[in-house]
Design a protein around this ligand. Structure first.
Ligand SMILES: [Zn+2]
Length: 227
């Protein structure tokens, strides 16, 4: 399994500030949902999980809907920012283009793009309708992925690799992912990916499935009564 938080791709990154006039509104919408993810433990950093590495990251498309595959630019949280309780525009990068097969990303911004940027890119390449990707780590949801019949990527496909990108597009084409807008990353412990046309839509999908997982967990116990 690829360790959490380690950049697997080659980043051609230009370190410069992001124009607040252009990105503030999108970043704020994303930060609001990331805040909810942090409060529910879907994003964060915990010494007892994944060897202490931060987990979870979020992105939103920028630029025109008609952009071609490999050029669907997106604003994404920076590498090593998952553990920060709150973030601002300085903790983001814009991935301008990417090449999953060559394991390459071209980006700019004050932060380096998330180590899982190529998994986000694969979801954007799956369809121009996808405008937001939230990557959460949820033990309760991931462990019940089969009971909840979530689409699941091949466990042999490590996160951020070309194999993972092709798994994401396969599940989208087979419509299980496009309809449910959620999948479990089989080879990435606790990894969940949700998509939406907006951050609000993706956030709503994530919270609904989280509630379903807790409902399942409740049914696993002998009694529904609080312990
Ligand atoms: Zn992850």
């Amino acid at each position: 399994m690829v360790p959490e938080g380690v950049i697997q791709f080659e980043a051609e990154h230009e370190r410069r500030a992001l124009e607040s006039r252009r990105y503030d509104e999108l970043a704020c919408e994303l930060i609001a949902w990331r805040e909810i993810m942090a409060l529910t433990g879907l994003v964060g950093q915990d010494p007892s999980r994944y060897g202490g590495a931060g987990y979870g990251n979020v992105s939103v498309r920028v630029g025109p809907r008609g952009a071609s595959i490999g050029r669907r630019s997106f604003l994404v949280t920076g590498s090593q920012t998952s553990g920060q309780r709150s973030i601002g525009l300085d903790d983001f990068a814009v991935v301008e283009r990417y090449d999953g097969a060559a394991n390459r990303v071209w980006s700019h911004g004050p932060a380096l793009p998330s180590s899982e940027s190529l998994t986000h890119a694969a979801a954007y390449d799956a369809s121009p309708i996808v405008r937001c990707v939230l990557h959460a780590h949820s033990p309760v949801l991931w462990r019940r992925r089969r009971a909840l019949r979530l689409p699941e990527t091949d466990p042999a496909a490590a996160n951020g690799t070309p194999a993972m990108a092709s798994e994401v597009s396969r599940l989208y084409r087979e419509t299980v992912f496009s309809e449910r807008r959620i999948l479990a990353l089989g080879g990435h412990e606790d990894g969940i990916l949700v998509i939406g046309g907006t951050a609000e839509e993706a956030g709503g999908v994530l919270l609904r499935w989280l509630a379903r997982a807790y409902r399942e967990a409740c049914g696993d116990r002998d009694s529904c009564a609080a312990p």
